[in-house]
Write a protein that binds this ligand. Sequence first.
Ligand SMILES: NC(=O)c1ccc[n+]([C@@H]2O[C@H](COP(=O)([O-])OP(=O)(O)OC[C@H]3O[C@@H](n4cnc5c(N)ncnc54)[C@H](OP(=O)(O)O)[C@@H]3O)[C@@H](O)[C@H]2O)c1
Length: 234
Amino acid sequence: MLKEKFDLAGKVALVTGSTRGIGKAIGDAFEEYGAKVVRHNTKVCDLSDPAAIDAFFDGLEKSGMLPDILVANASIQAKIPWQEFPMDEAMREIQVNFLATLRMFQRCYPQMKARKWGRLIVVGSVNERRPHPDMCVYAATKSAQENLVRGIGRQVAAEGITVNNICPGVFYTDRNRDCLADPVYGPKVTAAIPMHDYAMPEDAAGAAVLLASDAGRYITGATIMVDGGLSIPG
Ligand SMILES: NC(=O)c1ccc[n+]([C@@H]2O[C@H](COP(=O)([O-])OP(=O)(O)OC[C@H]3O[C@@H](n4cnc5c(N)ncnc54)[C@H](OP(=O)(O)O)[C@@H]3O)[C@@H](O)[C@H]2O)c1
C-alpha cells in the first residue's frame, strides 16, 4: 500500500530550526507520520559554533538519538549589497548555512551507512535560481548546499541513503512577516509569483515527508522547488 510507505514510525528525525517557521511545520508533519523528532534552535545548538555542533551530536549519539532523517533547515540571511558585505558576516552565513550542514552530514553518515537507510535533506531557497540583489552571499551558500546534495547523493545512493534539496519560494514566516505586511512591497512580491500568493510553512511539509519516507526512496540528488512557480524562467 502506498499509504504505508509514508509511515515514519521507528525513525528518529532531527530538523534544525524546528521551533518555528518551515522547520516547525516539517517537524510537526514528521511527528504526524510517526517519527520521533528532535527539536532544535539556537538555544539547543548554535550552528555558527563548530564545537557546539560536535558537542550536540556527541549528546545525540550517547542518548541513542542520532538521526535516521536529517533536515538541515536552519539558516541565516543578511540583506546587504555585495560591495559592502562584511567578511565576518559572510563567514557566519557560510558556517551556519553550509559548513554546519556538511558537518552534520558527516556525523549522521556512519549510522545511516550501517543501517543501510538514511535521509539527508537540506532546505535551500529559490535564491539558488533567482538571487536577491542584496542576498548574494545567502544565495551562494544555498547553491553550495545544492551542489553538496548532488556530490554526496551520487556516492551514497547504493547504501540506502538519499540526499535531496527542498527549495522554498516566499513563505510567511518570521523573517518575511514585515516585508509581506508592507502595503507597497508585499503586493509587489506576490504579483511576481505565478500562483499570485505566498506559501504558509505547512506548504513545505508534503515534500519533506515524501523525501523522508520510503515513498521517496528512489528520489536522490534532486532539488524540489516549492515556490508557486517563482523559479520558472519568464
Ligand atoms: N521563509 C521563506 O520565505 C524562505 C524562502 C526560501 C528559503 N527559506 C529557507 O527555509 C528555511 C527555514 O526558513 P524560515 O523562514 O522558516 O526560518 P525562520 O522562521 O527564520 O526560523 C529559523 C529557525 O532557524 C533557527 N536558527 C537560526 N539561526 C540559527 C543558528 N545560528 N543556529 C541554530 N539555529 C538557528 C532559529 O532558531 P531561533 O528560534 O533560536 O532563532 C529558527 O528555529 C531556511 O533555511 C531558509 O533559508 C525560507
